[in-house]
Design a binder for this molecule. Structure first.
Ligand SMILES: C[S@@+](CC[C@H](N)C(=O)[O-])C[C@H]1O[C@@H](n2cnc3c(N)ncnc32)[C@H](O)[C@@H]1O
Length: 284
């Protein structure tokens, strides 16, 4: 979650947990719209190495063509195809066939927005907390013009809950992390945890039907590497946000890392998934 956290290793570490955390409840209305409107073209913004492609492609019916936009060419070079979900009755044969995937090295504000008009479904995962109100407003306007759907998954919602025992500095760390989330992340002052609710409101203003559903990470003993990386990222973020609290957060981090190593604690990190579909069933 720190600025420099988008390494291939970090994205690989979170992918398994991301996929198991995504709510299947959104798939039914998405598949229905996809089928009824004969959609096929997906635009994945801030795609990284393609985790969202690997989750979603095999869960959508029929023919698909994906465009992945990211400003990091190294991440795009590592994109690989979707995993089949053979037991899923809604899955397509897209996973087993040659799925066209176009990789675009570009910025969200330029190439990203410019491609919305060609898409039937715009999607992003683990992205919204980084963007600005201006960018999000522009995205929703482009979606309205294109009459395309949007699936914005795994947006951090500001919630960090440790299962017992509590540490006296948990609340302070959460507050500092959430303040750090609102800092500049490349596009301007970031929306951080306010993004998913604002996105829903903006889509509703444009008469989209919306579904906003929790997609929390529940981290247990099997997720130690991810939990460790999170704590280390939070130590870094809090030290940046509150330099006078650097030793305090270091102490908190040591206690939390020890508790994680002992298997003493559980950790829940709140996320939200938003599906927004254009109201006119004949559109698109
Ligand atoms: C948290 S990662 C999520 C990656 C991927 N969607 C996933 O779920 O694994 C955020 C991604 O957004 C990309 N990104 C951040 N700011 C960007 C910008 N201004 N333009 C294009 N890509 C950007 C990063 O390179 C990174 O791949």
């Amino acid at each position: 979650m720190a600025d420099d956290a988008f390494t291939p290793d970090w994205l690989a570490l979170r992918e398994r947990v991301d996929h198991r955390s995504r709510p299947t409840a959104l798939l039914r209305p998405l598949r229905a719209a996809w089928h009824a409107r004969e959609w096929s073209r997906v635009l994945d913004l801030g795609s990284g190495t393609g985790s969202n492609l690997r989750y979603l492609a095999s869960r959508l019916p029929g023919r698909q063509e994906w465009t992945l936009v990211d400003h990091d060419p190294d991440l795009l070079d590592r994109v690989h195809g979707p995993d089949p979900v053979p037991s899923d009755p809604g899955s397509s044969d897209a996973a087993g066939s040659a799925l066209p995937v176009h990789r675009v090295v570009g910025d969200l504000a330029e190439e990203g927005l410019a491609r919305v008009g060609e898409a039937h479904l715009v999607t992003a995962s683990a992205l919204l907390d980084l963007v600005t109100r201006e960018w999000l407003t522009a995205l929703v306007e482009r979606c309205q013009e294109a009459k395309c759907g949007a699936l914005l998954a795994l947006s951090y919602d500001g919630t960090i809950v440790w299962s017992p025992p509590e540490d006296p500095d948990d609340a302070w760390v959460q507050e500092m992390v959430n303040a750090h989330q609102r800092r500049e992340k490349g596009l301007g002052p970031a929306l951080g945890p306010t993004a998913p609710h604002l996105a829903e409101a903006l889509f509703q203003e444009q008469d989209f039907h919306t579904w906003l559903v929790p997609s929390p990470w529940h981290l247990g003993p099997g997720d130690l590497a991810l939990a460790r990386a999170l704590v280390e990222g939070w130590i870094h973020a809090v030290a940046e946000q509150a330099p006078s609290g650097a030793s305090r957060v270091q102490g908190w981090g040591e206690r939390r890392l020890q508790a994680l190593a002992r298997g003493d604690v559980g950790l829940t990190v709140g996320h939200l998934d938003l599906l927004a579909l254009p109201a006119d069933p004949g559109a698109g």
